[in-house]
Design a protein around this ligand. Structure first.
Ligand SMILES: C[S@@+](CC[C@H](N)C(=O)[O-])C[C@H]1O[C@@H](n2cnc3c(N)ncnc32)[C@H](O)[C@@H]1O
Length: 268
């Protein structure tokens, strides 16, 4: 298979997320979300991430979420005391959902459509805290390049908080006959390729733009962050899963894999 350029992969990922957005609205979670966000203290951030955000300090701060999807986590940052919140995503269709949620909310986040590799200048050096959560890093073909753009959003001394799925999981296929068999190299360089809509549960048998999921080792992630001028001040791995339900099977094992992690990088 011929690999697309990084730019083409990013553009195709944007089209794939746009193609997928309507399927996320078909989910029974959507109407519940529309009601839940009317409460000023709405918060869908789990205890793990909440603890890290409280440690870093979001209260009274200007916060940006990069890869904000439908904005539910961006809206939740107000419950932790954020002074202002900006959500950035390159999917117009998901930002439509984010804006729909925001109109129901008593808070006023700003949602900006942009590829993180081409952020508008007005976002440079503007934030005390930048947030990246579950399922963002792997859409990026060049993780070092990605962190250079992420770091630009922070004021000096500002903190990037990351809560992501663990790259060890990329070695396993939860749907294989032996889900613990080693299915793919930790050092895999070619992306996983999908031509169906991106949904969190099950599969939708319909064509969609091709999406490219890139594997990054922990070493590549930290090297990229350090080279972007971020000093790692916290890193913790956890035995719980924060990704699709399929991966819950890897929890509560005697020989436990790390399933997700949090880390914080402070801009020098
Ligand atoms: C898995 S979702 C994040 C979901 C979020 N953690 C949540 O729970 O709501 C990943 C998001 O990253 C966005 N994304 C992927 N590549 C991007 C890029 N280059 N620039 C901006 N957003 C991007 C996608 O459009 C998608 O909305």
């Amino acid at each position: 298979m011929e690999m697309p350029s990084n730019e083409k992969a990013i553009a195709s990922n944007r089209d794939a997320w746009n193609d997928s957005a309507r399927h996320h609205k078909d989910n029974p979670e959507w109407p519940s979300l529309l009601t839940a966000v009317t409460q000023g203290d709405f918060c869908c951030i789990d205890d793990t991430l909440r603890g890290v955000l409280e440690q870093v300090g979001v209260d009274g701060k200007d916060v940006v979420q990069l890869g904000c999807n439908n904005g539910r986590e961006s809206l939740s940052l107000f419950a932790l005391g954020a002074r202002s919140v900006v959500g950035v995503d390159q999917s117009e269709a998901f930002l439509d959902q984010a804006r729909e949620l925001a109109t129901r909310s008593p808070h006023a986040p700003e949602f900006i459509e942009a590829d993180i590799h081409h952020l508008p200048r007005e976002l440079h050096e503007r934030f005390d805290v930048a947030l990246i959560t579950i399922g963002v890093l792997n859409w990026m073909p060049d993780i070092g390049e990605f962190f250079r753009h992420v770091a630009q959003t922070l004021k000096p001394g500002g903190a990037l908080v990351v809560y992501e799925t663990h790259p060890f999981l990329e070695m396993f296929d939860p749907e294989a006959a032996d889900p613990y068999g080693l299915a793919s190299s930790y050092f895999r360089s070619e992306p996983f390729v999908q031509d169906q809509p991106i949904v969190y549960e099950g599969k939708v048998e319909q064509p969609a733009a091709t999406s490219y999921w890139f594997v990054h080792t922990l070493g590549e992630i930290f090297t990229g962050a350090i080279e972007a001028g971020l000093q790692i001040s916290h890193f913790k791995e956890y035995p719980h899963s924060n990704r699709e339900e399929l991966y819950d099977r890897y929890q509560k094992q005697a020989a436990q894999l790390p399933l997700c992690f949090t880390w914080v990088g402070v801009k020098r």
